[in-house]
Write a protein that binds this ligand. Structure first.
Ligand SMILES: [Zn+2]
Length: 274
C-alpha cells in the first residue's frame, strides 16, 4: 500500500512560542494574527476541493474561532478531515516557553480546543498534532483518555522506502511525518517548510514521493505559508501563485505515481493500517 496524507496545520500566522508565555504570537509582533492563515486556507482548501483530494487539517481552536466569524469554515471543510492542533498553539513540553503544561492544563487545553472545533465544525472523533510537534507523555496519555483517533507529531526515518503508523507505548496510534536523504545525501523532512522559505525546490519533494514504496507518507504544511514567509514576511502575489502551482504539481505527481491520496482517519480504518 502506498498511501499519502496531505496535511495542513491551520494556526496563527508565522507562529512563535515565547519565553514565559503559554499563548503563541505571530513572528514580528506581540500578538497573534490570522489574516495570512485565512488567505492560505482558502487557497489550499480550494485546490484540494478542485482536485478531489481529501486532506487532513489540524486546527488550532483559537484560529477556528477567529476565522469562523468571517468565513464559512464548515463549508470549506465539507470534504476534508478536521483534526486538533491545540487551542492557543501551546508549547506542551515548554521547550521554548519554559512552562511545560501539567496534567490539568494539558487536559483543559485539549478540552477547550475540542469544544471550539465542536462549535465550528460539529462533533466528531478527531486526530491530533501538537504545535511545534512537541509532545509529552502526559499529553499522549490525555489524548488516549479522551479517545483521540491518533497523534501525528512524531518524525521518523523513511527506511528502505517504508514508513508506517505505529502504536505509542500507551496504545495511541502514531502517524509520523518522515525524513529521508535527498540525492546529495542531505536530510529532507516531509514538512514543506524549507520549500516555502525558498530553501528547497518542489522537485526535492517529488523525489521523496518517488522514493516512498510502502505505508503512509504524511506530507505537511501550514495554511499561512503560501502567503507569508517566516523569515521574510508577507510574500508577493506571484510568490503565492507559484507556491499554489507547485502544490498542484506535487499532488498531481503523487496521484500519477500510483499513490492513494487520503485523509489520515480514512487510512486508519484500513485493516492493515497499523
Ligand atoms: Zn502549528
Amino acid at each position: 500500500m502506498r498511501a499519502v496524507a496531505f496535511t495542513v496545520d491551520v494556526d496563527r500566522d508565522v507562529n512563535l512560542a515565547c519565553q514565559g508565555d503559554i499563548c503563541s504570537i505571530s513572528n514580528g509582533g506581540k500578538h497573534p494574527r490570522f489574516t495570512s492563515s485565512a488567505k492560505g486556507l482558502e487557497l489550499i482548501a480550494g485546490l484540494l476541493e478542485e482536485m478531489g483530494v481529501k486532506g487532513t487539517f489540524f486546527w488550532e481552536g483559537r484560529t477556528a474561532e477567529v476565522l469562523s466569524e468571517k468565513m464559512d469554515l464548515k463549508g470549506l471543510m465539507r470534504r476534508q478531515e478536521v483534526a486538533l492542533h491545540g487551542y492557543d498553539h501551546e508549547d506542551f513540553a515548554g521547550k521554548e516557553t519554559g512552562i511545560p503544561l501539567d496534567r490539568e492544563n494539558t487536559g483543559s487545553t485539549l478540552d477547550k480546543g475540542t469544544e471550539a472545533l465542536d462549535r465550528v465544525f460539529g462533533e466528531g472523533a478527531r486526530g491530533f498534532r501538537a504545535p511545534y510537534q512537541r509532545v509529552t507523555d502526559i499529553l499522549l496519555d490525555e489524548l488516549r483518555a479522551r479517545n483521540f483517533l491518533y497523534d501525528s507529531s512524531d518524525t521518523v526515518e523513511l527506511v528502505e522506502g517504508k514508513v508506517r503508523p505505529y502504536r505509542n507505548k500507551n496504545g495511541l496510534p502514531e502517524i509520523p511525518v518522515c525524513w529521508s536523504r535527498d540525492g546529495r545525501g542531505k536530510k529532507i523532512v516531509s514538512y514543506l517548510w524549507p520549500y516555502h522559505e525558498g530553501k528547497r525546490p518542489i522537485a526535492d519533494y517529488l523525489e521523496m514521493v518517488d522514493n516512498f514504496q510502502d505505508g503512509l507518507l504524511v506530507i505537511a504544511t501550514h495554511s499561512w505559508h503560501p502567503v507569508e514567509s517566516y523569515c521574510s514576511g508577507l510574500r508577493t502575489k506571484e510568490d503565492t501563485n507559484r507556491d499554489m502551482a507547485d502544490l498542484r504539481t506535487l499532488l498531481d505527481h503523487i496521484d500519477r505515481s500510483g499513490c492513494a491520496l487520503m485523509g489520515i482517519a480514512n487510512h486508519m480504518r484500513r485493516k492493515d493500517a497499523l
